[in-house]
Design a protein around this ligand. Structure first.
Ligand code: KG4
Ligand code: ZN
Length: 354
């Protein structure tokens, strides 16, 4: 897409409404996130219908505010990128319907984006490194819903090489935090309590320990911690809780590092590693990755680890670039395809592909 520069990204797949304006795929001009965490808190989890209605309430003012902060007008936008899936259907529909209407009214291309793939681009926001120094790369998306390892030949080529056979890594952090009576979201709480704890205090089992296997597994680790907690004789002291957190965290993150180390061995052509998603915020993970793997490692800035729209706009930019002429997105647009829920792992829509 010649001359494509400024993309509006919109995200509404779960409990965050987000809007961002990104220039050239990595320069963030504005990035706003309206979190619904407090709204869902009384229910102990995200209520899909409540999420969808809240997206509907805030999406338009949020987009207007993002444009204001970026200092651009609708006419300055080159395209609109929207999270198409995976996510809560009602929540996704609000964003998709809004983005469709906006793109149609403006006569600008609408670019449907896979949310999980987009996370990877969170690691490259603000990064000024030539593509040839990054790709091929090994990209790990490690969040509350996914533990996916990809080999990427370019910013838009994703080949899934491994994922979790049971729970996601972040999900395991959340469940272990709950077992220990810590708050939500659990990952950050575990990291905080792990500081000062002894990583060797509670020997943890090593899941899928065979080097030949790249898949991840976390449900056994969660069950192990549940058994440790149940076997405690007295109420858990702060020091003991720190030890359990530290030991658990070291193994949960250690698994990621071991698998990535093996992937680097198997894919020697990789020039970098990218780590993204909520768990990428973990400082110990960053430390372990950097000390174990010699390749340049990129992590998102803290505000781009969790769900945001800057990553949606960034990935939208690369999809549009890869697809060529921007106008073909609109001319060949299969508007119904943009409303389809989840287009499956490793498959991207291209203009007119439906
Ligand atoms: O990407 P994200 O914001 O949401 C999705 O799951 O899509 O990831 C949230 C996950 C939660 O499971 C949370 O516990 C985990 O990321 N997380 C962390 C940390 N901060 C967030 N896990 C470990 N250490 C952290 N510092
Ligand atoms: Zn996410």
């Amino acid at each position: 897409m010649a001359g494509l520069l400024i993309i509006l990204g919109i995200e509404s797949s779960c409990d965050e409404t987000a809007a961002a304006v990104v220039e050239d795929g990595h320069r963030v001009m504005a990035s706003l996130v309206a979190s619904q965490t407090e709204i869902h808190m009384p229910f102990g989890g995200v209520v899909p219908e409540v999420a969808a209605r809240e997206h509907l309430r805030v999406i338009d003012p949020l987009v207007q505010q993002a444009l204001n902060e970026a200092g651009v007008k609708f006419a300055d936008l080159d395209a609109v990128a929207i999270t198409q899936g995976p996510g809560l259907i009602g929540a996704l529909l609000v964003g998709v319907a809004y983005a469709k209407g906006l793109a149609l009214a403006l006569g600008k291309p609408l670019i449907p984006v896979d949310h999980v793939h987009a996370h990877v681009h969170g690691a490259l926001l603000g990064v000024e490194v030539a593509a040839r120094d990054l790709f091929p790369t090994l990209a790990l998306v490690v969040s509350g819903g996914h533990t996916n390892l990809y080999r990427m030949g370019s910013p838009t080529e994703f080949a899934l090489i491994a994922s979790s056979i049971d729970d996601a890594c972040g999900e395991c952090f959340d469940k272990v935090a709950k077992l220990l009576g810590l708050g939500y979201p659990g990952g950050a709480e575990i990291e905080r309590h792990a500081k000062g704890g002894n990583v060797k205090a509670v020997p943890m089992p090593r899941m899928v320990s065979e080097r030949a296997r790249l898949e991840f597994s976390y449900s056994g680790l969660k069950t192990f911690v549940a058994n440790v907690v149940a076997a405690e004789q007295a109420p858990i002291s702060a020091a003991r809780r720190s030890d359990i957190c530290a030991s658990f965290q070291e193994e949960a993150l250690g698994q990621l590092v071991r698998k990535l180390t093996e992937a680097v061995r198997r894919y020697p052509e990789a020039r970098s590693i990218l780590v993204a998603g909520g768990v990428a915020a973990n400082q110990r993970l960053q430390e372990l990755m950097r000390s174990s793997i010699a390749l340049p490692a990129f992590f998102p800035a803290l505000r781009y680890c969790g769900d945001n729209a800057a990553m949606i706009a960034a990935y939208g930019y690369h999809l549009a670039r890869a697809a060529g002429d921007g106008n073909s997105w609109l001319a060949n647009a299969d508007w119904d395809a943009y409303s389809r829920y989840d287009f499956g792992e490793g498959k991207e829509l291209s203009p007119g592909s439906g």
